[in-house]
Design a binder for this molecule. Structure first.
Ligand code: G1P
Length: 287
C-alpha cells in the first residue's frame, strides 16, 4: 500500500530550551536559514507524502502561521522587486497540504500519535520527530519505505549510540537481517545504560501501520509518566513484525542546546551561500 500521510510531532514543551521556549516553539528555532520544522516538512515532501498531519499544542500558533499565506507581505516584496525573498515565502504554503491537530494535554509521544487516529484512518503512515536531523535526509525515509514494501511491517530508524547517551532513547534488541536492516525483537524506552539491551537507539523516523492505534489506546503511562510510543510498539510486536534501519551519515539532535549548536555550525559550514565566508572568518588562523 502506498504511503501518502506523514505525522510530524511538534507538541513537545521544549523545556531544554527555556527561557527561549516561553514564547517561541522549539520547532521555530532557526537552523541557518529555515526553522527546524521546515526541514521536517521538506523531508516528508521529498519522499512523496501529500498530507502532513502536524501535532501542535498550546503556544505553538506560530507553526501554523509560518505555513500560512501572507498576501500583504508577498505583494509588498513583489512591488519592491525582492524576487528572491518572495520566492522563499511564496512556496511555503504550497509545499504540502498540512493539517494541524492540537494536543490538548502533553501526555507523551504515544498520546500525541494517538490523537491523529481519525485523520490517518486505516493506512500506514510516516512519523517524523523534527528534533532528529540527518545529513542523509533524502534517503533515510526512502530506504525505510523500501523495507516496508518488502517486509510489510513497521520500520523504525536506528543508530548506534554511546553507552553514556543510550538512556535518552528507545533501545531495541534485534536480529541482524541484511546490510543495515534488523528485525526488532524487543524495545525499551530510556533504559538505564547498564540495562540497555543493545547500543541501537530508536531515532525519530518511523513507518507505522494503523494497528499501532489500538496498542496506543491500551498503553499505560510508562517512562517519565508519559504514554510512550515505544511501549505500544513493544506490544505490537506480539502481532506484527517490526524492522529497523540503521542510519548512516551525520546526525544532529536539535532538541538540546549543544545538539542545536552542532547542527547550526555544521549546516552553516556546508551551506553553499554562507559556508565559504564562515570558514574564512572563523577557521583560518591569522598569520
Ligand atoms: C522519543 C522516543 C524515543 C526515541 C527518541 C528519538 O524520545 O520516545 O524512543 O529514541 O524520541 O529522538 P524523546 O526525545 O521525545 O524523549
Amino acid at each position: 500500500m502506498l504511503i501518502s500521510k506523514a505525522v510530524i510531532a511538534a507538541a513537545g514543551m521544549g523545556t531544554r530550551f527555556l527561557p527561549i521556549t516561553r514564547s517561541i516553539p522549539k520547532e521555530m528555532l532557526p537552523l541557518v536559514d529555515r526553522p527546524v520544522i521546515q526541514y521536517a516538512v521538506e523531508e516528508a515532501v521529498a519522499c512523496g507524502i501529500n498530507l502532513v498531519v502536524m501535532i501542535t499544542a498550546q503556544g505553538k500558533a506560530s507553526l501554523e502561521e509560518y505555513f500560512d499565506r501572507n498576501i500583504e507581505l508577498e505583494r509588498s516584496l513583489q512591488q519592491r522587486g525582492k524576487k528572491n525573498l518572495w520566492e522563499k515565502i511564496h512556496r511555503l504554503p504550497d509545499m504540502a497540504n498540512i493539517c494541524f491537530i492540537h494536543q490538548k494535554e502533553q501526555l507523551g509521544l504515544g498520546h500525541a500519535v494517538l490523537s491523529t487516529k481519525e485523520v490517518i484512518g486505516k493506512e500506514p503512515f510516516v512519523l517524523i520527530l523534527p528534533d532528529d536531523l540527518f545529513e542523509q535526509k533524502e534517503i533515510i525515509l526512502q530506504k525505510m519505505l523500501g523495507i516496508y514494501q518488502k517486509f510489510h511491517g513497521s520500520v523504525i530508524a536506528l543508530r548506534q549510540v554511546s553507552h553514556e547517551s543510550i538512556g535518552r532513547y528507545g533501545v531495541i534488541r534485534a536480529k541482524h537481517i541484511d546490510g543495515n536492516i534488523y528485525q526488532v525483537l524487543d524495545l525499551v524506552e530510556k533504559p538505564r545504560p547498564e540495562n540497555a539491551p543493545s547500543d541501537l537507539a530508536v531515532m525519530g523516523r518511523y513507518i507505522l501501520t494503523p494497528e499501532i492505534f489500538p496498542e496506543l489506546e491500551a498503553t499505560a503511562p510508562g517512562s517519565g509518566g508519559e504514554i510512550q510510543l515505544t511501549d505500544a510498539l513493544r506490544s505490537l510486536l506480539e502481532k506484527q513484525e517490526i524492522y529497523g534501519y540503521v542510519t548512516e551519515g551525520d546526525y544532529y539532535d536539535a532538541g538540546t542546546i549543544p545538539g542545536w549548536l552542532h547542527a547550526t555550525i555544521s549546516l552553516a559550514l556546508k551551506h553553499p551561500e554562507f559556508g565559504p565566508e564562515l570558514r574564512k572568518n572563523f577557521f583560518v588562523s591569522p598569520e
